[in-house]
Design a protein around this ligand. Structure first.
Ligand SMILES: Nc1nc2c(c(=O)[nH]1)N[C@H]1C(S)=C(S)[C@@H](COP(=O)(O)OP(=O)(O)OC[C@H]3O[C@@H](n4cnc5c(=O)[nH]c(N)nc54)[C@H](O)[C@@H]3O)O[C@H]1N2
Ligand SMILES: Nc1nc2c(c(=O)[nH]1)N[C@H]1C(S)=C(S)[C@@H](COP(=O)(O)OP(=O)(O)OC[C@H]3O[C@@H](n4cnc5c(=O)[nH]c(N)nc54)[C@H](O)[C@@H]3O)O[C@H]1N2
Ligand SMILES: [Mo]
Length: 856
């Protein structure tokens, strides 16, 4: 194993041992995390959600004490938790020296050293800073100077005053909706220090703002799936790994790589995918991986690797479906009983409605997968108990709605939905979907309404806030007043003059960076809190230094699906430099605007945490459990575990619907899977027809008028969480020639005369970046891989289309929306060319204090 390849072997990890009362037969009540609204588009303000498994049966409620894990599991140090898992902070002389994984973590994330380093790295934000031109000449001054690093340090008092005054000015001059607080991103977990909730709480108390809807992860799928299967689906529990090991004969990981992406959870990660994959390996389940990359999961399970041209999965699925019909391998009874609309889809499949039968030969022409392979896939899917596990990447593409709809159409034709080990699963790769759900009380969280009229979305509606689809801010900034179609209704895009960002990194997550830089110039003011000098912070007018989770106290649940423990997220060290908690920053701003007490409710940090715990304790009684008193929980220094009901271990997605489709009807218009949607038909969108359809993306390798030869795969990184930890020591494990790596197949490298380890220029009509070349046959020919989240490092921020010195892939990706239905982002759509970089190599300057590298 080379130094740049994190250990993906399974043997190093023990299994999660049986939890306290696993054997006691506690019934699995359905677990619903806050904000798990089945409504399309928004899982509550910024909150990822999971719906638990266990709903299949409800047995007698025997009583059990939820228990702390046994002694000997505490390695010394201070218990805390983060997206990467639970850990103990080891402190020497006031400095954290090690983040040691919780001993019961079945697969500690190799990223933990970077998590520790995010406290101390040279890219830590130390003091409140204001951009000089903004400070001296006022809001909107020299917007092209953003990103040049010309900041002035100010006192906290001055900073708070500037923010409060500017909010008031913009609201008075342009109206409430001119303040944008959609503030999307992967803020740290914690039920109290949720910076995005806190931002909205402050703004709700003092007025209103424009919000955002949906997320970057599943922008397309989460909008279309409620029409198809009646729920968000992408954040819901899958048939458990347990059940798969026993019943699944053929596991298909379709653009789905749990051994990378389940490293993290929205809450504190449980890593249940590792024992899950281990069980599958032991069971000897046959595995197929359909992916441009031979992934960690494919390697660990010795999977058969099939690499279609990226963005052509719908065509491939259609080819398979055509064979199922041609060879009469599809399940008519299932289609009749559990679905509607197959009769409207079939003429399209057979080419009767558009003149093009979706034969294997046709699918080969588009996807590059040989027709024989397509035929064989169809036969094998039909013959064996098959689970189709689809990741999110294929819907983060132009017309991304279609891949998830087509996959469900295919699964319905196979007729195994709701059977043990078969059907489809849309979150095996995400936060360890498929790990069984414990019987847990749900921790409450601080809300964004402060008791002024209900929680979250309801309050927002009352306060009159406008919401735009989350990936459409650039379009909004460039086109105020334009009417946008979105999911069956129309939105008039508001005029935005101030953007306020906490817990997110739009200068990493948004596509088409150069277009975005232009759009941002329309803003008078951009305010950012972070603890790292990200490109977003560097492009701000006012930058406020926030604490990390490791400098404050909080509480959180473990495992978005597993919900296995409640974890104390304890303060490990005192805040560094002048960093302050987002909570305290917003409390001060609210105070200045006359709303200090409603914001804090005069409760201290520990009082808030105690209250949240107490509420869960009461809820746990209703579930037949008794949690320890708060002080005992906090002092135990251990995660508090909850029992996993046996029914939950054997959970099979949609088994209840299959057993009784009337009583357990799906949430669709017909109560069944909709392979044709009359509602979508009524919308009449040209880019989202009423049944799953192959639609040419705006660009792709082999596309009719595509200019560049290489597809850009922008995967989620092994050693970062998006852009998080790019500023840390983790970089040393993967950088190539001091840049973000760009993977390339040896054939493509040979054709260009390129050598492993050299600096290349990757470019297209939208922009150009530098990267370090890694030549490997783990990527298919015709595709390059540059992970998302590399920090944007413009060589000359004032110059249009300037080179990025580190390698931010979103300089190259397209900013168009998936369709009028989803309006999701297309981070996985983009083609480029690669050449050797000639000329003098610009230094990478983005990982140090910006003053050290003032530009332009
Ligand atoms: N090309 C391409 N682009 C993509 C994707 C892709 O696949 N391809 N994936 C997309 C997806 S799925 C996502 S989810 C997005 C991710 O985009 P983001 O979620 O915006 O990315 P992160 O790097 O996680 O940014 C989180 C930021 O919050 C900061 N932060 C963490 N905790 C706190 C806190 O307590 N307080 C404050 N004030 N700040 C905090 C971190 O330091 C970091 O800068 O990217 C999207 N972009
Ligand atoms: N380590 C780590 N884990 C993470 C994250 C992270 O940043 N780092 N981010 C988290 C978040 S917010 C999210 S939303 C999820 C994202 O989860 P996903 O969106 O599923 O993750 P990706 O890495 O973008 O893509 C998954 C797989 O799809 C493949 N793929 C790309 N394009 C295509 C295609 O056209 N066809 C096919 N068949 N396959 C394709 C990729 O090669 C990759 O192996 O991950 C989460 N987990
Ligand atoms: Mo995501």
């Amino acid at each position: 194993m080379s130094a740049t390849q994190p250990d993906t072997s399974l043997s190093r990890h023990g299994f999660v041992r049986g939890q306290v009362a696993a054997a006691l037969g506690i019934a699995g009540a359905p677990v619903l995390v806050r904000g798990a609204a089945p409504a399309a588009g928004d899982g509550g303000p910024g909150e990822k959600t999971a719906q638990g498994g266990g709903a299949a049966s409800r047995a007698s409620g025997s009583t059990v004490a939820a228990g702390a894990d046994k002694a000997g599991d505490v390695p010394g140090g201070i218990l805390s938790g983060c997206h990467w898992g639970a850990f103990y902070g080891i402190v020497k002389d006031g400095r954290a020296v090690e983040f040691r994984p919780w001993p019961k973590d079945p697969a500690p994330s190799p990223q933990l050293p970077g998590v520790l380093d995010s406290l101390y790295s040279p890219s830590r934000i130390r003091y409140p800073m204001v951009r000089r031109a903004w400070l001296e000449k006022g809001p909107g001054a020299d917007p092209a100077g953003r990103g040049t690093g010309d900041f002035v340090r100010v006192s906290w008092e001055k900073a708070i005053q500037l923010v409060a005054d500017e909010l008031t000015r913009v609201r008075e001059k342009y109206g409430q909706t001119a303040v944008f607080a959609g503030s999307y991103g992967w803020k740290s977990p914690g039920r109290l220090h949720n910076c995005q909730t806190l931002l909205r709480r402050m703004l709700n108390l003092t007025g209103s703002y424009t919000n955002s809807t949906g997320d970057y992860s599943t922008g397309a799928a989460q909008v279309i799936l409620p029409y198809v299967s009646g729920s968000l689906e992408v954040y819901e529990q899958c048939t458990t790994w347990n059940n798969l090991a026993e019943h699944c004969e053929l596991m298909v990981f379709w653009g789905c790589n749990p051994l990378n992406t389940s490293q993290i959870s929205r809450q504190v990660a449980d890593h249940g995918a590792w024992p899950g994959v281990e069980a599958m390996k032991k069971a000897g389940t046959k595995v197929i991986c359909i992916d441009p990359i031979r992934t960690e999961t494919c390697q660990a399970l010795n999977g058969e690797w099939i690499a279609p041209r990226p963005q052509t999965d719908v065509a491939l699925m259609l080819g398979i479906a055509w064979v199922l019909v041609d060879e009469k391998l599809y399940d008519r009874k299932f289609l009749e009983k559990y679905t509607v609309g197959f009769d409207r889809f079939l003429p399209y499949l057979l080419g009767k409605s558009d003149g093009q039968p979706k034969t294997p030969a046709w699918a080969e022409g588009i996807s590059g997968v040989p027709a024989d392979t397509i035929r064989s896939l169809a036969r094998r899917f039909a013959k064996h108990r098959t689970m189709l596990a689809l990741g999110y990447s294929t819907q983060r593409q132009h017309h991304g709605e279609q891949s998830h709809w087509m996959l469900i159409t295919l699964a319905a034709m196979l007729g195994q939905i709701g059977l043990p080990g078969g059907g489809y699963g849309l979150s095996y790769h995400y936060a360890s979907g498929g790990a069984p759900t414990a019987n847990t009380p749900i921790l409450k969280a601080i809300d964004d309404a402060s008791g002024q009229g209900g929680e979250g979305a309801a309050w927002l509606a009352q306060s009159g806030a406008v919401s735009i689809p989350v990936s459409r801010l650039v379009e909004t900034l460039l086109n105020p007043g334009k009417v946008m179609s979105f999911n069956g209704h129309e939105i008039k895009l508001p005029l935005i003059k101030l953007a306020y960002w906490v817990g997110g990194n739009p200068f990493a997550h948004q596509q088409d960076r150069n277009q975005m830089v232009q759009a941002w110039r329309r803003l008078d003011t951009f305010i950012v809190h972070d603890f790292q000098w990200t490109a977003t912070a560097r492009h701000a007018d006012i930058v406020l230094p926030a604490t990390t989770s490791y400098e404050r106290n909080d509480i959180e649940q473990m495992g978005d699906y597993a919900q296995s423990h409640i974890v104390a997220m304890k303060k490990i060290v005192e805040p560094l430099f002048e960093a302050r908690n987002d909570f305290d920053i917003f409390a001060d701003i609210a105070r200045r605007l006359g709303k200090g007490d409603p914001f804090t409710r005069r409760l201290t940090e520990m009082e808030w945490i105690r209250n949240l715990y107490e509420a869960a304790k009461i809820e746990s009684r209703a579930k037949g459990m008794e949690m320890p008193v708060f002080d005992a929980f906090w002092a135990s220094n251990r995660p508090l575990s909850f029992p996993i009901p046996p029914t939950s271990k054997e959970f099979v997605r949609h088994a209840d619907f299959r057993a009784d489709p009337l009583l357990n009807a799906l949430g669709t218009a017909s109560g069944k899977f909709e392979l044709y949607s009359r509602t979508i038909e009524k919308y009449g969108y040209d880019d989202c027809p009423p049944h799953a359809t192959w639609l040419e993306p705006i660009e792709r390798v082999g596309g009719p008028d595509t200019k560049y030869p290489l597809h850009i795969v922008s995967n989620h990184p092994q050693m970062r969480l998006h852009s998080q930890l790019c500023g840390t020591v983790n970089r040393r494990t993967y950088e190539v020639a001091g840049r973000e790596p760009c993977w390339m197949n040896p054939k493509d490298a040979a054709a260009r005369g390129l050598k492993d380890g050299e600096v290349v220029r990757v470019f297209n009509q939208r922009g150009q970046i530098l990267a370090g070349l890694k030549i490997t046959d783990e990527i298919m020919p015709g595709a390059i891989r540059i992970n998302e989240g590399g920090w944007y490092d413009p060589v000359n921020p004032r110059q249009d289309g300037t080179l990025c010195a580190w390698g931010d892939v979103n300089v190259l990706t397209t900013g168009v929306a998936t369709s009028k239905l989803g309006q999701g982002n297309c981070g996985q759509t983009g083609v480029a060319e690669v050449e050797r970089f000639r000329g003098s190599l610009p230094p990478v300057t983005v990982f140090e204090q910006p003053e050290a590298h003032r530009k332009g």
